[in-house]
Design a protein. Structure first.
Length: 137
């Protein structure tokens, strides 16, 4: 189930390389688009995947539910939010909507499970308190 509100949104255009042999955006491209949205979300808050308030992060799982097609020339409004913060992990939720329609049409929803990770020590790390303070509603 998606959260009621999202902390960030961005418009991402559909590229010709996102189109599959069926003439619409391929499943693999949706994963690529949510990766781009995550990077924009992190950048917006001054973070990267390697420096998330002092720790790194690893995507441990992903779930995508496809709702409608997208085509070359469409623009996607991708909304992102953090939820379910625990000691070492959190979830990122994504809502992808066709931005070129009069009424928003959801094309996909997704969730990525993220684990905090210390790349130098090669071990799981705690979610930084700064992150908990900033993103816990």
């Amino acid at each position: 189930m998606l959260p009621d509100s999202f902390q960030f949104s961005s418009i991402i255009p559909v590229r010709i390389t996102d189109i599959n042999y069926g003439g619409h955006v391929g499943n693999d491209s949706i994963l690529s688009i949510i990766h781009e949205a995550r990077m924009q979300f992190l950048h917006h808050y001054g973070y990267t995947e390697m420096d998330f308030a002092g720790t790194g992060m690893i995507m441990s799982e992903v779930a995508i539910e496809f709702k409608n097609e997208l085509f070359y020339g469409d623009s996607i409004k991708v909304s992102v939010t953090i939820a379910e913060i625990s000691k070492i992990s959190f979830s990122l939720y994504y809502k992808l909507e066709n931005a070129g329609t009069d009424k928003p049409v959801t094309v996909a929803v997704a969730r990525t499970g993220m684990i905090c990770y210390n790349y130098g020590a090669k071990k799981i790390a705690a979610v930084p308190q700064k992150i908990k303070d900033r993103f816990t509603l």
